[in-house]
Design a protein around this ligand. Structure first.
Ligand code: GDP
Length: 471
């Protein structure tokens, strides 16, 4: 339990006009405030209709008051919620009244009610993060996943992994502490088998977590290609509306245009860039800067849609320029993307192709999906959507996804690294038990960073409560 902190107050509902607006207070000993503002004591957890009173007993508004005494409240402290009419002025008056009626009270910082809930053990760190993810969710899938995390689905997975690591640590620490025990002790306890099962389980959680990160953070998808290949038409077709200007004039898109689309709930921030051509060919300085920005966008992309033109497949110069662009893409994008080569080579304008053009358009991107499509008729767009989701690693997992953050995947990857080293230690002919113990400790610590829960006392308690010291 955290030490008594100063009371905090905030308007908990969104700014602007609404039917109802809520002023929320959290702190210790709220009785004085309740008496002053509500004119009576409140039955815990029962909504009471009453007048909210000003300093001179004038009526500010009439609404519902709810009192949640500690520790059975959102923050774990005393919480008072005043549901008034949702006008900005009346809520401001009520807020100021509460501030004055409660000595030492101050305005809450963003997220401070949830921070107190975490500090008072009402939820762990991953759940606290899910609160803000649920509020920020931009799709139904993201909202459902955040709700799952908030209910503790993600934390439970992490706790299960942590418990298993803890068990292994107990075995190893005991072997270290009691020198008469040797490596046979670990073998009899099937430490190797336990560790292998743990790694498999971790891999599954990591996969789910990556999906959760995709849902929350989305991906930057950049459409690139020479001028006039149909990049803007493709963005419009994917967006289902005219976001970018489409003309037969080369160099129409002079700066990047960004649009967020949702595919199966995954937010994709799709960027249409200025067509790539030699800056010497650019019509003016604005287009030259646009081309430079295209290359910057490519370098920051999570996935590239590289558009090529079937209608000009027989033009040798156009194909030679494509080959040159591919070379440059390799140096500016693939070099940074490394193994995560997420390029889709799109042969656009298939509606204008009688089959002859396709023979001239030899795919250039190795290990990339090649798709024929028409931004004009929509042919091939479904395959593109599916290909894009596959390229970015999205899988609709049967057991559902929980929302997650990059820091969670980083912690899980760190845990996986330590467990892999622990596996090596166990396999070594003369297992270095102290290193094994340290790797397991670090793996455990990495998981604790996700939920904010690891402490040395916890480990000691676990060891001595379940081990017989006489052994
Ligand atoms: P961008 O410069 O690469 O953005 O290309 P635009 O989207 O502005 O398109 C250039 C020209 O190609 C326009 O006249 C479009 O109507 C035409 N175009 C784009 N996609 C297709 C397609 O799938 N089929 C056909 N036939 N024409 C297309």
């Amino acid at each position: 339990m955290m030490l008594a902190a100063e009371p905090i107050i905030a308007i908990a509902t969104a700014p602007g006009r609404g039917a109802v607006g809520i002023v929320r207070v959290s702190g210790a000993q709220l009785q004085t405030l309740i008496l002053a503002v509500c004119g009576q004591m409140l039955t815990p957890r029962v909504a009471t209709l009453l007048n909210f009173l000003g300093a001179d007993h004038e009526i500010i508004d009439r609404g519902l008051a709810l009192y949640f005494p500690a520790p059975h409240s959102y923050t774990g402290e005393d919480v008072l919620e005043l549901q008034a009419h949702g006008g900005p002025v009346v809520l401001q008056i009520l807020l100021e009244r509460c501030l004055h009626a409660l000595p030492g009270a101050r305005l809450a910082r963003p997220g401070e009610f949830t921070e107190r809930a975490f500090l008072n053990d009402k939820m762990d760190l991953a759940q606290a993060e899910a609160v803000s993810d649920l509020i920020d969710a931009s799709t139904t899938t993201a909202a459902r996943s955040a709700a799952r995390s908030l209910q503790g689905a993600f934390s439970k997975e992490i706790q299960t992994l942590a418990e298993q690591i803890l068990h292994l640590r107990m075995l190893v620490e005991a072997t270290l502490d009691f020198p008469e025990e040797d490596i046979d002790f670990l073998q009899r306890a099937d430490a190797q088998g336990q560790l292998n099962r743990l790694c498999a389980q971790l891999a599954r959680v990591l996969l789910q977590t990556r999906q959760g990160v995709l849902l929350r953070e989305g991906l930057r998808v950049v459409i690139v290609g020479q001028p006039n290949v149909g990049k803007s038409s493709l963005l419009n077709a994917l967006a289902g509306q005219d976001v970018a200007i489409v003309t037969p004039i080369a160099g129409t898109t002079r700066d990047r245009i960004e649009q967020t689309l949702h595919l199966q709930g995954v937010p994709l921030h799709v960027v249409d860039t200025a067509g790539l051509r030699h800056t010497a060919q650019a019509s003016d300085e604005v287009e030259r800067i646009g081309i430079q920005r295209s290359w910057q966008a490519i370098a920051q992309a999570d996935a590239l849609l590289w558009v090529r033109d079937l209608a000009r497949a027989e033009q040798v110069q156009v194909m030679a320029d494509d080959a040159e662009i591919w070379q440059s893409i390799q140096t500016s994008y693939l070099a940074h993307a490394g193994a995560h080569c997420r390029v889709l080579e799109l042969h656009n304008k298939c509606d204008a192709d009688d089959g002859a053009s396709a023979r001239h358009l030899v795919p250039l991107a190795q290990n990339a999906q090649v798709l024929r499509l028409s931004a004009k008729t929509g042919e091939g767009l479904e395959a593109l959507r599916a290909g894009l989701l596959q390229a970015v690693g999205w899988q609709a997992l049967p057991e559902g996804v929980f929302i997650a953050r990059t820091r969670h995947t980083q912690a899980l990857e760190c845990c996986r690294g330590h467990l892999a080293r622990a596996q090596k230690c166990l396999l070594a002919a003369c297992a270095p038990l102290d290193i094994l113990a340290e790797e397991l400790r670090l793996a455990h610590q990495a998981l604790g960073e996700i939920t904010g829960q690891v402490s040395a006392d916890e480990l000691l308690g676990e060891i001595f409560s379940s081990f017989c010291i006489g052994k």
